[in-house]
Design a protein around this ligand. Sequence first.
Ligand SMILES: [Zn+2]
Length: 416
Amino acid sequence: MKTCPKFTFGVGDRFAHGAHAQLTAFIEAKKLGIDIVPVWNKSNREHNIIGSEPSQTRAAADKAVADLGWTGDYLLDADHINLTTVDRFVAPCDFFTLDVADDIGEAATAEDVAAFIAKHPELIGTVSIEGIDRPFEITQADVEKAANKFLKATQKAAAIYQHIVAAKGGVDEFVTEVSMDETDSPQTPPELLIILAAIADQGIPIQTIAPKFTGRFNKGVDYVGDLKQFETEFNDDLAVIAHAVKTYGLPATLKLSVHSGSDKFSIYPIIKQALRRTGAGLHVKTAGTNWLEEIIGLAEAGGSGLDLAKQIYAKSLEKKAALCEPYATVIDIRDEKLPTAEEVNGWTSEQFTSALRHDQANPGYNADLRQLLHVGFKVAAQLGDTYLNALVENREVVSKNVTGNLLERHMKPLFL
Ligand SMILES: [Zn+2]
């Protein structure tokens, strides 16, 4: 197992042109005493939409690290992979996010469920966990229900994990994450405890786990939900993880992973405080927020850059249904709030960037337009070299936005 650093921060570089600007944010953060390790993540879904290969993400990351003289650790995440999609990620990646969200609810065999219950009497009854005031009251029926819901998913995670180890020549020199976030209902802290017991039974050296939290974690926009409830749940999850590490012998580096973690400004103070209080580590996964900064940079550049940004918006609007479909559980777009393509065509650079940049204090900010453009990267991918050349031509203004967004709006509020 490759030990996962305490604080890791996932960045997505959809078009493999942003790694330098992203790494610059980590370098600037380090100067401020924020020690975070970059993890370049790109899911199979994103590679398919763009038509890219994981080896290209690796090349872009390696080049940025070499060019900028980054001597710290860095990782490459095979994000949201499963048994059918993992193979092309095996060679370039050293972080694997085993996605078993779709397997939740698929029942394990009755024998396996019975064996799990028999093996874990400690999960039944009054379960006291350090750091949680009220002990969990868990019945045998609760454990059985959770086992029926999650045991099969953990068995599938084990199969993916073993497949990766075998494909790596029998060597586990990577970080393993298990993700369950892209599903309809959140996992409660008692369920998380049961899931971790099952993952330990499966022999998965899990170092980060991405549950689905309460509330909406929509792509590219702020958290929508009950902050008090999130705070309780997040703190309980941290306590459950610490308890599971001790009880089930899971890696001491096991930590929470917050997916769709970019732009969740209202929960950052809660997360920061919880980390300070407990000394826990954290992985935050961001991806699309970087691509949006590319569009902001192009719009800010004016001229042909602004024209291209408008063109991408118009096409995204036209193809909205198809673009949104793969992201249904992680976006909420109100059609009536979307400006027409004609309206946007008349915008100045400032109007465009005000609408798109994630500054909720700006009266021009439009969260619906932002979410639509978030899923609109396929349109840019279809523009091919036209889009990539625009990134190169406007490198300075694009980079300024990519770096500034990560550093000022994400790293400082979370870690400083
Ligand atoms: Zn995710």
